[in-house]
Design a protein around this ligand. Structure first.
Ligand SMILES: [Zn+2]
Length: 158
């Protein structure tokens, strides 16, 4: 069992190196596993796609959900070559896999200048003290969308 877990992690690590060397982005890879089988392979694709959200975990989650035809990764495990950043951690909670395995730590990532500590710090701050300003506009109008959702027939609750 442990051997199999290591094989899955090795695949995530292999992707992190192969795709980085091919110029896709930073050295990060991830795989999603279900019933002892890899159902999706993800890797950092930020540079190749000019997409700052194209992290390995998000990529793997998107591909896994597409493969399974669902928005939930129930009964799936995620293997990632590095401890997830706050964005990916959020995506992981939305996707709800059973368990996450990681290899490198966020401290290891910080040492090669992939430092996400500032985002953790921003989350702790009062909104008015964050480095990217946020301003509220048109709440009453926006609430119309929420009211429409509440009364929508046949809505899928998730
Ligand atoms: Zn991330």
């Amino acid at each position: 069992m442990t051997k199999q877990k290591e094989e899955f992690m090795r695949e995530a690590i292999r992707l992190s190196i192969e795709k980085m060397e091919a110029g896709f982005g930073g050295p990060f890879g991830a795989v999603v596993v279900r019933n002892g089988e890899i159902i999706a392979r993800g890797y950092n694709n930020v540079l190749a796609t000019n997409d700052p959200t194209a992290h390995a975990e998000v990529d793997a989650i998107r591909k896994a959900c597409q493969a399974l035809g669902t928005y939930q990764l129930t009964d799936c495990d995620l293997y990632t070559s590095c401890e997830p950043c706050p964005m990916c951690l959020g995506a992981i909670y939305w996707a709800r896999p059973r368990k996450v395995y990681y290899a490198n730590t966020k401290a290891d990532a910080a040492r090669i200048d992939f430092d996400d500590q500032f985002i953790y710090e921003e989350l702790e701050k009062d909104m008015s003290k964050r480095s990217i300003p946020m301003e509220q506009l048109l709440r009453e109008e926006a609430l119309e969308g929420f009211k429409a959702w509440e009364i929508k027939v046949n809505r899928t609750q998730y």
